[in-house]
Write a protein that binds this ligand. Structure first.
Ligand code: LLP
Length: 435
């Protein structure tokens, strides 16, 4: 469920005509719906109702300050992976003290920043990291709250680049060595054992792997509660979303054709499966969802530069490129592409939809069929709210795209399009090259 739909023939985000946004702020531009984010947040919270639950929004998915403030207003805490993200949350007015700090390579400087901010838990991925956190906490005369990330060795059945819970991944400590790691942690004077964590991967579309992983670690979690009096269990993020969006023609057929077991995961299914396992623990439960909360709450609006009719193949060349939205190039990800202006009298067009960047990988979709659109018209990439802007780059010296936030019939620019001057601001030509 999201708040992007056609009003008449014009694609709207809530009460805002996306063509008006594009006319004012240009393209490529990300547009986010506050209402969709709020609905997703409340729906997920409701699906685990009855638990002592804390939703730590994984802000790597979308860390725009306005989006973070919206989450803070909704009552969310945050899952952070760098001191940069921590500073973003603080700048947006979010509660860093309720947030958790993850990542396999935390630097001493980052640990210091997180300790000073009083984060709720460090999610530790290795024994050398325990030692480092203990050392920095000692320097500051503090005790660092920690939870060790357990790698349950479960196949999340998702794209290889975003699976994390198998033993061959770099993440966490295997279950069979976890007791040892906790015993080591208990010996450090500047660590406080506060919880336990796991995360098995991203864009999971079935509940099975979550259930399998939780069941696998449950006895150990209970043991930790008894031995160390831990307060929380973070089950990570990973709930997938439906990328073939209901707005596009054929999406319903796609959905119907899926066998029941492979249909996209809903928070209700997730909650119903996990609640009976988690409730008896008597622990605070942390969730770290990113994509589920913001994925379908954002679109990338782009303009058609040319329709190039090739020999046996047509190319729809857009002003957005892989630097703006890298997911198709990086994960073979599917994003629906729909016109801002819908016209049922037009013919269908089948083309490769590409950006202007100088490499063949800059392709959003191969042989995609959509309504014919011509130069100057605009299209939207659906479900681009997660890992869109945050993974964007300046490749080909293309500035970072703009971002706009919508609430009802209001919209505001929440990040300006990057100028050439800002792109090169940190660069200089050294004296020895100047004659
Ligand atoms: N917690 C931890 C420890 C994580 O590593 C991640 C994501 C999350 C939570 C949030 O996962 P989510 O609920 O968003 O699935 N760039 C990729 C996704 C990478 C996910 C990395 N870790 C993509 O565009 O699909």
């Amino acid at each position: 469920m999201h708040h992007f739909s056609y009003v008449g023939n014009k694609l709207h985000c809530e009460g805002v005509d996306l063509a008006a946004v594009a006319a004012l702020h240009g393209t490529p531009t990300y547009v986010y719906s506050t209402q969709t984010i709020a609905d997703n947040y409340h729906r997920l919270a409701a699906s685990l109702g009855g638990l002592d639950l804390r939703i730590c929004y994984a802000c790597k998915a979308n860390s725009n300050l306005a989006v973070l403030r919206h989450f803070a207003n909704l009552g969310a805490a945050f899952d952070l992976v760098s001191s940069g993200e921590l500073r973003r949350v603080a700048a947006a007015g979010g509660r860093t003290q309720d947030s958790v700090f993850a990542g396999v390579g935390k630097s001493e400087a980052e640990i210091r920043v997180a300790l000073e901010a009083g984060v709720y838990g460090f999610h530790v991925e290795s024994e050398p990291e325990l030692e480092r956190i203990n050392y920095v906490a000692g320097q500051l005369g503090l005790k660092a709250p920690i939870a060790i990330r357990i790698n349950p060795d479960v196949d999340a059945k998702t794209h290889a680049k975003i699976t994390t819970g198998k033993s061959e991944n770099k993440f966490g400590i295997p279950l069979k060595f976890a007791a040892e790691a906790y015993a080591a942690a208990a010996k450090f004077p500047h660590l406080e054992i506060r919880g336990v964590q796991m995360h098995i991967g991203s864009q999971l579309t079935t509940v099975g792997p979550f259930v399998e992983a939780v069941k696998k670690v449950l006895p150990f979690v209970l043991e930790l509660k008894k031995t160390y009096g831990i307060r929380y269990f973070s089950v990570g993020g990973g709930i997938g979303i439906v990328y073939p969006d209901a707005l596009a023609s054929g999406a319903q057929a796609w959905w119907d054709a899926k066998p029941e077991g492979e249909r996209p995961l809903t928070p209700e299914v997730y909650g119903a499966a996990l609640l009976p396992l988690l409730a008896p623990l008597g622990l605070k439960i942390l969730l770290e969802p990113g994509r589920f909360l913001v994925g379908n709450a954002g679109v990338l609006v782009s303009r058609v530069e040319f329709l190039k009719r090739g020999h046996g193949k047509s190319f729809l060349i857009l002003d957005a490129a892989m630097n703006d939205l890298v997911r198709p190039a990086m994960y073979e990800a599917h994003h629906e592409i729909v016109p801002l202006f819908r016209d049922s009298t037009r013919a269908a067009l089948t083309a490769d939809i590409v950006g202007p960047i100088c490499e063949s990988g800059d392709c959003f979709a191969k042989d995609r069929t959509l309504q014919e659109v011509g130069e100057g018209e605009r299209v939207a990439f659906m479900s681009s709210g997660a890992y869109g802007y945050t993974m964007a780059s300046r490749y080909n010296t293309r500035g970072m795209p703009a971002e706009v936030l919508v609430s009802g019939n209001r919209f505001e620019l929440v990040n300006t399009r990057e100028s050439f001057e800002s792109m090169v601001a940190g660069e200089k030509i050294p004296g020895f090259l100047k004659s």
